[in-house]
Design a protein around this ligand. Structure first.
Ligand code: NAD
Ligand code: MG
Length: 400
């Protein structure tokens, strides 16, 4: 049964793609939910709009210089306003039944971990939390006895396909991938892909970082690492299959040969609603599945040669230790450099591989025992990656 209404929600990353989809659902059910806090990065207007729409008690913006503007934008409302790193953590700690973690990147680690440590149930859209600091995250969730609900569509599908069954009876866990905009492209063509081409995802409208990750299939690699931590499944039992229609999102194969799957029209509001309502179900306005109309579902093996980021992430998952932390940080900076048109598309995976090799040589890749350790590694790798990629002129090596 559902917790007594209204459920109190904290929404971190409220102005992003996941944030806006979450707000869409919250707005449709004002009786069912109340919003204790919203937090965003730097877009004052967007954050103020969201805070007004959901009548948030508290609004935090990461950009410290945005305080006055946010204060002004929310004048005449009952929303309290704060700015800066501490303010985002304060938002995460506001009283809530569920904290939605939808900040992009390792920036989400501190506030999300703070919420877990305070005993809050968390719905996790932000996969970088588990890639950067998976072991300490899962340990804290277990210690506090809190729920960590997967909001990422594949993991949400697998969570539902698992139906609470014993992990020892699982033979394989399969995550599907759309294949992204470059699924049928040659290696040569992918290497020269422009920013606009990488941002042109066939099935999902998402923030720029995850969209670029999807184009190179790094996103699928991050998701394997995420699944490994969330479900306690070893790398050998994790698989990727390319499924361009994105109707089946994840599958679980059991020891008796049974396979269960999570199936839905690709719309993030479905996994978001599953988390918001859990263990009850909400009613969403998403398009309904019509298999006869879709007619054909197809599958293909991933191509590690054309998508080296996926192979790299798998190697990093198998190696473990601090390498996932390194991979995540280097990838964030490389994606930023690509979006700034400072490096080529294939330069992203190349840079991440170099960063992992460098970390293996000098001990940066030792397993971080705590979230603080993981964030220290994250910081070192970011600085290194920034200086390694800073020399690239915006126009020099690329004409886009
Ligand atoms: P986005 O870029 O659209 O939004 C990111 C949000 O984070 C924005 O609200 C932004 O203001 C906020 N933010 C950025 N830096 C911040 C900081 N330092 N402090 C506080 N807030 C900050 O990204 P998105 O597509 O919504 O993705 C969010 C997360 O969810 C990512 O980790 C992504 O991998 C994951 N995810 C997204 C989708 C999707 O469909 N968009 C699907 C699955 C998982
Ligand atoms: Mg996903």
């Amino acid at each position: 049964p559902r917790a007594p209404a209204p459920r109190r929600i904290v929404l971190l990353g409220a102005t992003g793609s996941i944030g806006r989809s979450t707000v869409d659902l919250l707005e449709r059910d004002p009786e069912g939910f109340s919003v204790s806090a919203v937090a965003g990065g730097s877009d004052v207007e967007a954050l103020a709009r969201v805070a007004r729409a959901v009548k948030a008690e508290f609004a935090a913006i990461r950009d410290e210089s945005a305080y006055a503007a946010l204060k002004q934008a929310l004048a005449g409302t009952n929303t309290q306003v704060a700015a800066g790193r501490e303010a985002v953590i304060e938002a995460a700690l506001r009283d809530a039944d569920l904290v939605v973690s939808a900040i992009v990147g390792a920036a989400g680690v501190e506030p999300t971990y703070a919420a877990l440590a305070a005993g809050r149930d968390v719905a996790l859209a932000n996969k970088e939390c588990l890639v950067c600091a998976g072991v300490p995250f899962m340990r804290m969730a277990a210690e506090m006895g809190v729920r960590l609900l997967p909001m990422d569509s594949e993991h949400n599908a697998i969570f539902q396909a698992l139906g609470g069954e014993d992990a020892s009876r699982i033979e394989r866990m399969i995550v599907t991938a759309s294949g992204g905009p470059f699924r049928t492209w040659s290696k040569e063509r992918i290497s020269e892909a422009t920013v606009d081409e990488a941002l042109n995802h066939p099935n999902w409208a998402m923030g720029p970082k995850i969209t670029v990750d999807s184009a190179g299939m790094m996103n699928k690699g991050l998701e394997l690492i995420e699944a490994h931590h969330l479900f306690g499944i070893p790398a050998e039992k994790l698989e990727v299959v390319v499924h361009p229609q994105s109707i089946i999102h994840g599958l679980v194969a059991f020891s008796d040969g049974s396979v269960t799957a999570g199936i839905a029209v690709p719309d993030m509001r479905t996994p978001i609603a599953h988390c918001l309502g859990y263990p009850d179900r909400l009613t969403t306005p998403t398009p309904r599945l019509d298999l006869a109309k879709i007619a054909t579902l197809t599958f293909e093996a991933p191509d590690f040669d054309r998508f080296p980021a996926l192979r790299l992430a798998l190697d990093v998952l198998r190696a473990g230790g601090g390498l996932p932390t390194v991979l995540n940080a280097a990838n964030e900076i490389a994606v930023e450099a690509f979006l700034d048109r400072r490096i080529s598309f294939d330069g992203i995976a190349r840079h991440v591989a170099e960063a992992c090799e460098a970390a293996l040589r000098d001990g940066t890749a030792n397993a971080p025992a705590t979230v603080e350790d993981a964030l220290a590694v994250d910081h070192i790798v970011r600085e290194r990656s920034r200086s390694a990629l800073a020399g690239r002129a915006a126009s020099g090596m690329l004409l886009q």
